[in-house]
Design a protein around this ligand. Structure first.
Ligand code: PEP
Ligand code: MG
Length: 588
């Protein structure tokens, strides 16, 4: 039966494919694709894990058989029998084999997926006793997972193929069936792991439009919907799903007519992209002759080719924290960071690269084991520059690596989340200290321009101090909106209040641009507002000449720039700033 689930549109386009449910196991497991040659080994790993748990239970049974009924009640022995029975269950064993052989899931992923499939059958049972056995099943699966933990190593994902059905036949028969990922939640690090993957789209139950997970999905340029509430409960493994990333809707089990309609929309989108690609070499100049700088936001050095391909004239934001994530506390040392920054700089072939110092915390945990449950408001906690200043040795390592990489090209260093003059002064002296350390070691380094992000209202309201110390400013509208409006950017329940056009946000953005322009200092916007084509004319009207965004958005923004006349937009933008309802003014 066809049904739809509504969420928040985060990455444009249409994806049509089979659902892959990312099971939410209580044990933190790796999810990756294996090579066909590894199928037997992966099945063997599950078998060995399962046998170990069976043996463990047998040993336990022997021990309790020697005890009296007081220490070991009869129920305990019966429970162990149930666990043994579940471990022998054909559906569990065959299901796991299926996910490994047909889908090339790694062993842990296959086991949690099959656990999810069987758990749902238990949920549907009328009998209370049988329904209660779900917890036992989870326990035995988790024991196997714990046994297997630590013996996996991710490999590059190959494409996958599978048996075709009626809907498959409506699609291009010669192609492998596309897969779409449905999960309760995905961390930015999980998302990054899927960057080079086969998935044609993503849906998550939770998350806001500008959460970091959504931002990474957008950078992958594939359709994505977040905040789709209970989607991971409603969809079943292998269901046919359409993800409409423009409308923020997921359609499950679509009828052939709906499929055909979306197939048409998908092809229209591809044609539009083809048309836009012709603008790649066109200079971004407005109708009245203003040159506009269109820069790329990247997460990894490997993103540089996509930035060049999209016609970016440099990198306006390299989110260096992605080098630090998912490493289980084993942070990259100076050499590793230096090589990564150098790869990004060389990848940009002489164009400037703005490297932002690490911004972890809030919805960007270093890894799952460090998810911040201890602090009530992690977004207001030890995040970004606060985290760096709290660990000067770690921060100096990064500063030295960036300075060294600057010997290989034009580098700007960008500091996130500053609010206090004391933080600014500490940062500037640490940069000087890092230079002195390199001098002492006799290691070469290059010149940098030092910039600050304006993403806290306190920063936007004390620009004079910032402009005294920094060469340029970059407005991080994602956080500026979050902190001005007190709206957690990762919380879908308040997503409707997250408003880039709120007059208070616009005033802070407008004043920052105006002050920098008046003092002849560089200013750009690197938050998601920069890549939103509905806001391009407004930002141009406010005097912005430098925009940094995901490579995928650059050509669409360039199209807006080419049609704009800043002489006419400036008075219009001033009027908009005074409007009670700027959104209505913009639309009208
Ligand atoms: C921002 O806050 O606008 C920004 C660009 O930084 P991030 O999204 O990484 O917090
Ligand atoms: Mg930010």
């Amino acid at each position: 039966m066809t049904f739809s689930v509504h969420g928040l549109a985060v990455a444009r386009g249409i994806a049509i494919g089979r659902a892959v449910l990312m099971a939410s196991s209580r044990v933190d497991v790796a999810h990756y694709f294996i090579e066909p040659a590894q199928i037997e080994d992966e099945i063997e790993r599950v078998r060995v894990g399962r046998n170990a748990v069976v043996e463990e239970i047998h040993r336990l049974q022997q021990t309790i058989s020697l005890m009296g009924p007081k220490e070991a009640p009869h129920e305990l022995s019966a429970l162990l029998d149930v666990h043994l029975m579940l471990l022998e269950d054909e559906e569990l064993i065959n299901g796991v084999k299926h996910w490994i052989s047909d889908r090339l899931y790694n062993a842990e992923w296959a086991l949690t997926t099959q656990l999810e499939v069987i758990s749902r059958q238990f949920d549907d049972m009328e009998d209370d006793y049988l329904r209660g056995r779900k917890a036992d099943l989870e326990q035995v699966a988790e024991r196997i997972l714990r046994y297997m933990k630590g013996v996996a190593s991710p490999v590059a994902p190959p494409t996958t193929s599978r048996r075709k059905t009626q809907q498959d036949l409506l699609l291009d028969d010669s192609m492998d069936v596309p897969l779409v990922m449905i999960a309760h939640d995905l961390s930015p690090a999980d998302m990054l792991q899927f960057k080079q993957s086969v998935f044609a789209g993503f849906v998550t139950d939770v998350g806001g439009r500008n959460s970091h997970t959504a931002i990474v999905a957008r950078s992958m340029d594939i359709p994505a919907v977040v905040g789709a509430r209970s989607s991971s409960n409603l969809v079943r493994q292998d269901d046919w799903v359409i993800i409409d990333g423009d409308a923020g809707v997921m359609i499950v089990d679509p009828s052939p007519i709906i499929l055909a309609e979306y197939g048409f929309k998908q092809r229209q989108g591809e044609l539009e992209r083809g048309r836009l690609s012709r603008l790649r070499h066109t200079p971004a100049v407005t109708m009245d002759g203003q040159k506009i700088e269109l820069l790329a936001n990247i997460e990894l050095p490997e993103d540089a080719p996509a930035a060049l391909k999209a016609g970016a004239v440099g990198v306006g934001l390299f989110r260096s924290e992605f080098l630090f994530m998912g490493r289980r506390g084993n942070l990259p040392d100076e050499e590793e960071q230096y090589l990564a920054y150098r790869r990004a700089i060389e990848g940009m072939e002489g164009l400037p690269v703005t490297i932002r110092t690490v911004d972890v915390g809030a919805d960007k945990p270093l890894d799952d084991s460090m998810r911040d449950e201890a602090h009530l408001n992690p977004a207001l906690g030890l995040r970004a520059i606060r985290w760096s200043l709290a660990d000067p040795a770690m921060f100096l390592t990064q500063l030295r690596a960036i300075l060294r990489a600057a010997a290989h090209g034009q580098v700007n260093m960008l500091i996130p989340m500053l609010a206090h003059a004391s933080e600014i002064r500490q940062t500037v002296s640490l940069v000087d200290f890092a230079r002195a350390e390199l001098d002492n070691r006799g290691v070469a380094y290059g010149p940098i321009r030092l910039g600050a992000m304006i993403e806290i209202p306190a920063a936007a309201l004390t620009l004079k101090i910032f402009l005294k110390y920094f060469d340029f400013l970059s407005i991080g509208t994602n956080d500026l909106i979050q902190y001005t409006l007190a709206i957690d950017r990762a919380d879908e329940s308040v997503a409707h209040l997250y408003d880039p056009l709120h007059p208070a946000v616009l005033r802070l953005v407008a004043e920052t641009i105006a002050e920098c322009n008046a003092q002849g200092k560089g200013v750009s916007v690197c938050g998601e507002m920069a890549g939103d084509t509905t806001l391009t004319r407004l930002l141009l009207g406010l005097g912005l000449r430098s925009f940094s965004m995901h490579p995928a958005q650059i050509l669409a923004v360039k199209q807006e720039v080419l049609r704009a006349d800043t002489v006419r937009l400036a008075p219009w933008a001033r009027q908009l700033l005074d409007a009670e309802d700027p959104a209505a003014f913009l639309a009208g």
